[in-house]
Design a protein. Structure first.
Length: 206
């Protein structure tokens, strides 16, 4: 879904919750980072649309904060720009940086069944990212190939995982782990009747 979705929620009084505020802040950061990195590489919106597979209209909406992209769209843009995902969702910082749990903006799939929460401050490392993944019962989240040389390490915290890497399938249970080349199409499947949680380490080629 190229146009992305908003993570906005309202409470019973009809006012905005913290989730809406966090989504708006994430949208502003992504818009600024996207514009800076696209222009620094001399890419037009049409150029980036071609390299990322995200439509020019969708990219324009993201750059002007008119839509909040899903995790799938963010990955496509990162691959198209040739940058780590963290460069789109935050700015690298120097010194010690603390990420409070309540400040970590959750990224969601278009159907809301897959969630990815950063466990390290954006820009903490140019080569490694750490996330907590949540996948609803009997759900699948497909991911397109990441940038060449990218690897992932998945640790099953609770529940089950059926990991598809290209055409190969691996069955994992609580406590199991898998490492694989993420520059191929892959998908995460939860075959069980309850939500599953995983730790996801993404390692970029130096």
């Amino acid at each position: 879904m190229e146009d992305g979705v908003s993570t906005r929620k309202l409470n019973r009084r009809g006012t905005s919750t913290g989730d809406e505020v966090g989504a708006a802040e994430l949208g502003r950061r992504v818009a600024e980072n996207l514009r800076q990195r696209r222009k620094a590489r001399g890419l037009s919106l049409d150029d980036l649309a071609h390299s990322s597979g995200v439509s020019r209209a969708a990219l324009s909406q993201i750059e002007t904060c008119k839509s909040n992209p899903t995790v799938g769209v963010l990955w496509k843009i990162a691959v198209g720009l040739g940058v780590p995902l963290s460069e789109l969702i935050g700015m690298p910082r120097s010194g010690a940086v603390v990420l409070r749990r309540q400040d970590a903006q959750v990224l969601r799939s278009a159907d809301g069944k897959f969630e990815s929460r950063p466990l390290a401050p954006a820009g903490a490392s140019p080569h490694v990212e750490l996330y907590e993944l949540r996948l609803a019962a009997r759900s699948t989240h497909a991911s397109e190939a990441h940038a060449p040389g990218t690897h992932e390490l998945i640790v099953v915290l609770t529940g089950q995982l059926r990991m598809w890497v290209a055409e190969e399938c691996y069955e994992l249970s609580t406590g199991d782990a898998i490492a694989f080349a993420a520059d191929r199409a892959h998908s995460y499947e939860n075959p069980a009747g309850s939500e599953a949680r995983y730790h996801n380490v993404i390692i970029y080629e130096h």
